[in-house]
Design a protein around this ligand. Sequence first.
Ligand code: NAD
Ligand code: UDP
Length: 327
Amino acid sequence: MRNYNPTKRVLVTGGAGFLGSHLCERLVAQGHDVLCVDNFFTGTKTNIAHLLDNPQFELLRHDVTFALHVEVDEIYNLACPASPIHYQHDPVQTTKTSVLGAINMLGLAKRLGAKILQASTSEVYGDPEVHPQVEAYWGRVNPIGIRSCYDEGKRCAETLFFDYHRQHDLRIKVARIFNTFGPRMHMNDGRVVSNFIVQALRGEDITIYGDGQQSRSFCFVDDLIEGIVRLMGTTDEFTGPLNIGNPGEFTMLELAKRVLALTASKSKIVQLPLPADDPKQRRPDISLAARTLSGWKPQTQLDEGLMKTIAYFDQLLSSMNSAALPS
Ligand code: NAD
Ligand code: UDP
């Protein structure tokens, strides 16, 4: 009967996180049955609260470093803390989540014959000498630094995906996601967009690390989700790795000034020390994505995405303030 039903059973690990919650929402809207698996390390039930009453949506508290036995057709493997503060909090667990999580999800996909997509990262390029980054570039990653638990964990996960593909004919897709932002980012996760917006809205100092000349390319969440859903739908021959991100490149100083202008904030910009191994520049070459994903390209430019994210945090901060008022 399954062959007659376009509805798929889709597992999203890390489904209660920032990207995962948007992905679950999108897949449910497309009519699929979604199983969201999360251990709530950085994700929250609030992120998926609006889906809980939907019969197409199911939530399971589970840590992907342990085996999982469920029946699904497709797997999106997103489970892993993504912000430096969170992934450096328990670095051993971060590596376990990437490596054991990949082994467990690949084993599940192999048993089921399911298609599986890995949320990899631009961090596999490390502090890159090739700019913009193309998929063929092997990267420049410190194997023993404070970012290594994340970077090397994700690199090893990519290796596992390709070995399962070569050795077991598994249908895999590897997305290399560049910095993505939007509503439902964790307020305290230390990532630059959420930090700057929250600081600006609260009138606190805007903390630039280093001289602010390091660059990043910021993709709005809706464009990212569109990209990875299209990647999952590509022919079985296409595995990636595929860069998904917005090639618009900005220094952190430029970002701070934009946030200040868009929030009309009086916050001051201050400089703090640059964390170790902080990449100097990052911009995706997305020509392969444009060719493979039926002309996909980001639709939301930085200011528009920032406005939507500012509105989200503004509302969040207001509701926190009113909850704190004596009744
Ligand atoms: P996030 O921290 O909001 O989401 C990660 C989710 O994984 C959370 O819900 C967390 O509770 C869950 N999780 C963590 N460890 C787990 C475990 N052991 N078992 C089960 N669940 C676990 O981060 P995000 O920004 O939504 O990132 C999602 C994925 O995308 C991650 O794999 C991340 O590496 C990747 N990615 C994100 C970005 C970005 O800019 N947002 C960039 C590159 C790659
Ligand atoms: N950053 C900053 N101020 C902050 C948070 C981050 O200047 O309050 C810088 C950080 O040093 C890095 C860039 O912003 O150069 C992006 O940091 P983020 O943690 O968002 O992502 P990643 O470094 O993983 O790309």
